[in-house]
Design a binder for this molecule. Structure first.
Ligand SMILES: Nc1ncnc2c1ncn2[C@@H]1O[C@H](COP(=O)(O)OP(=O)(O)O)[C@@H](O)[C@H]1O
Ligand SMILES: [Mg+2]
Length: 492
C-alpha cells in the first residue's frame, strides 16, 4: 500500500506555529500545508479546499478550537482533527477525543511528535481507501447484475430484485436448491441502502439445535457449560445490515418464537444476559421447501411467516430457463479458466452444449457449476467436449438432437474452423484473438458441427452484443448458434 499524500490545515493565531508547519513540517513530511489564523478563517477554507487533517489550536480569539472541531466535522465526518493545546492537561485531551479529535499535540511540541501523528493518519487514510476499494469490489461482485441469464424469467427476476433491494422490507426467497437464492440475498444487500453495513449469513441447517439460541442471540460469560467469554449473536452482528436466514424452514419451533419476538421488539437478549440489546436488521430468508404448506400443516409459525414474507421472490429452476445455459456456461468457463492453475479452456463444443441444454439439472445452477468445474479440471482439450461431461448428462442424449460426430472433430480448436460454408462468421474467426480482435460479445451463426460456444476472458462488464440489444448479466462473451437458442423453453 503506497502512503497517500495528505492535505493539512494548521489553525493557530500564533504565526510562529503556522510557520513551523508550512516551512518545516510540510517539506519534511511531504504534505501540502494550508494555514488559517482564526477559527472563522478555517471554516471558510474548509468549505473551499479538500483537507484531510486539521491541526487546531484550542485557545484562539473568536471561534475556539473545540467549537471549530464540532462545526468543522458537521458536514465532514471524515476530517481528522488534531487539537494543539498549550494546557496539556489530561482532561482537555480527553475532552477533545470525546468530541471526535483523532489526536492531540501538547505545546511546545517536537517535530517527531507531529511526524508520528502524520504517519498514523497516512496509514489510516490508506486503510480507508483500501477498505473502500474492497467494498466497491464486493458490491460489484454481488450486485443483481451478476445474476447471469437472459431468459425472460431471469430478466424479470433481476428487475424485481433491484426494486425490492432499494426498500428495507424483509424478503422471502423461494426456489430449489442451487437456483441462486444466496446470490440473490447478497444482491438484495449490496444493491440496497444497507450496502455499507454487514451481511451475515445464518445457515439454519448448519447450527446444532442446542447452540441455536446462542448463535442467533449471543451469550454472556458462563451462560451454559462451555460458554467461554461473552459473544455477540449473529443478529447483533448483522445490526445495521442484513441477516440472511438460509433454509429458514429448519428453524426449530422454540427459536421461531424467539426470533419473532426479536423482530417485533427490534431487540435481542443474549443467553444468560438480562439487558435487551437493540438490533436493526433487514431479514432475508430463504428456503427450498414450500413454506406456505408447512404453515398450513402447523410446522412453521404463521406469524413468523408473515413477518419474513413481506415480499416473496421465487427463483425459477434451471430446467425452466434452459436458454440461460449458454450464458451460464460462458460465465463459469471464464471464471474457472481465469483461476490460477487451471488449464485455459476457451470454449465448448456444440454437441456438449446441446447435452447440457438437454439435461434437467435437478441441482440447478450449482450442479452446472460443478459439472463445468470438474470438466475444466479433468478434461484434456482447450475446448470442452462431450467426453468431458459426466455420464448422467451424456446418457440422456438423443432426443431429436443432431447426430453426434465421433472423435473426428475433436482436438485442436482449429478443427472446428470453417467446416460449413456459407456462414458469415465462423468460429475460426475467433481462433487467434491477437490477429483478429474479437468483440467480447459476438453472436455467431451456426459454425458447423465443431464448436458452439467460445468466450474470451474480459472485465465482466455487460456489453452490447451484435445486433444492439444490451446483454445483462455481466458475461464477457457468448457465442451461440441459432440452433442452440431456439431450444429454450420459451420464457419471455
Ligand atoms: N444466475 C446465476 N448466475 C451466476 N451464478 C449463479 C446464478 N445462480 C446461481 N449461481 C451460482 O450457483 C451456485 C449456487 O447458488 P446459491 O445462491 O448458493 O443457490 P441456493 O442458495 O439457491 O442453493 C453459487 O455458486 C452461485 O454463485
Ligand atoms: Mg443456499
Amino acid at each position: 500500500m503506497a502512503a497517500p499524500s495528505l492535505a493539512l490545515l494548521v489553525v493557530d493565531d500564533d504565526e510562529g506555529v503556522r510557520r513551523i508547519f508550512s516551512e518545516v513540517v510540510g517539506p519534511r513530511e511531504g504534505v501540502e500545508v494550508l494555514q488559517a489564523g482564526s477559527g472563522e478563517e478555517a471554516l471558510e477554507l474548509l468549505r473551499r479546499r479538500p483537507v484531510d487533517v486539521a491541526f487546531v489550536d484550542v485557545r484562539m480569539p473568536g471561534l475556539g478550537g473545540m467549537e471549530l472541531l464540532a462545526r468543522a466535522r458537521e458536514g465532514r465526518p471524515d476530517l481528522e482533527v488534531v487539537i494543539i493545546t498549550a494546557f496539556a492537561t489530561v482532561e482537555s485531551a480527553v475532552q477533545a477525543m470525546k468530541m471526535g479529535a483523532s489526536d492531540y499535540l501538547p505545546k511546545p511540541f517536537k517535530l517527531d511528535q507531529v511526524a508520528l501523528i502524520l504517519s498514523r493518519l497516512k496509514r489510516m487514510k490508506a486503510l480507508k481507501a483500501e477498505n473502500e476499494r474492497l467494498r466497491r469490489e464486493l458490491q460489484g461482485r454481488f450486485s443483481a447484475r451478476n445474476l447471469v441469464g437472459d431468459s425472460g424469467a431471469m430478466a424479470r427476476f433481476r428487475g424485481l430484485l433491484g426494486r425490492v433491494a432499494r426498500e428495507e422490507c424483509n424478503v422471502l426467497l423461494l426456489g430449489e436448491s442451487g437456483t441462486g437464492k444466496e446470490l440473490a440475498a447478497r444482491a438484495l444487500h449490496y444493491d440496497g441502502p444497507r450496502r455499507d453495513g454487514p451481511f451475515v449469513c445464518i445457515d439454519c441447517t448448519a447450527v446444532p439445535p442446542n447452540l441455536f439460541e446462542s448463535e442467533l442471540f449471543g451469550h454472556e460469560e458462563g451462560a451454559f457449560t462451555g460458554a467461554r467469554g461473552r459473544k455477540a449473536g449473529l443478529l447483533e452482528a448483522a445490526s445495521g445490515g442484513t441477516a440472511f436466514l438460509d433454509e429458514v424452514a429448519e428453524l426449530p419451533p422454540a427459536l421461531q418464537a424467539a426470533l419473532l419476538r426479536a423482530i417485533e421488539e427490534k431487540k435481542v437478549r443474549r443467553v444468560g444476559g438480562t439487558a435487551p440489546i437493540p438490533v436493526d436488521v433487514r431479514l432475508v430468508a430463504a428456503t427450498n421447501r414450500p413454506l406456505e404448506d408447512l404453515v398450513e400443516r402447523g410446522e412453521f409459525r404463521r406469524d413468523l411467516y408473515y413477518r419474513l414474507n413481506v415480499v416473496t421472490l421465487r427463483l425459477p429452476p434451471l430446467r425452466e430457463r434452459k436458454e440461460d445455459i449458454p450464458l451460464l456456461v460462458a460465465h463459469f468457463l471464464r471464471r474457472f479458466s481465469e483461476r490460477g492453475g487451471a488449464r485455459r479452456v476457451s470454449g465448448i463444443r456444440r454437441e456438449a452444449l446441446h447435452l447440457l441444454q438437454d439435461y434437467d439439472w435437478p441441482g440447478n445452477v450449482r450442479e452446472l457449476e460443478h459439472v463445468l468445474e470438474r470438466a475444466c479440471a479433468l478434461g484434456g482439450g482447450e475446448i470442452l467436449g462431450v467426453e468431458d461431461l459426466p455420464p448422467e448428462i451424456v446418457k440422456g442424449a438423443g432426443r431429436g438432437e443432431p447426430t453426434l460426430r465421433g472423435d473426428g472433430d475433436r482436438g485442436h480448436p482449429a478443427a472446428a474452423e470453417g467446416t460449413s460454408g456459407g456462414y458469415g462468421t465462423g468460429i475460426g474467426n475467433l481462433g487467434d484473438p491477437s490477429k483478429h480482435p474479437v468483440p467480447e460479445a459476438q453472436a455467431v451463426r451456426d459454425p458447423g458441427p465443431g464448436a458452439a460456444v467460445r468466450f474470451e476472458p474480459g472485465d465482466g462488464r455487460p456489453r452490447p452484443r451484435e445486433g444492439g440489444r444490451p446483454r445483462a448479466g455481466g458475461v464477457a462473451c457468448i457465442v451461440s448458434s441459432g440452433r442452440v437458442r431456439h431450444k429454450g423453453t420459451g420464457h419471455g
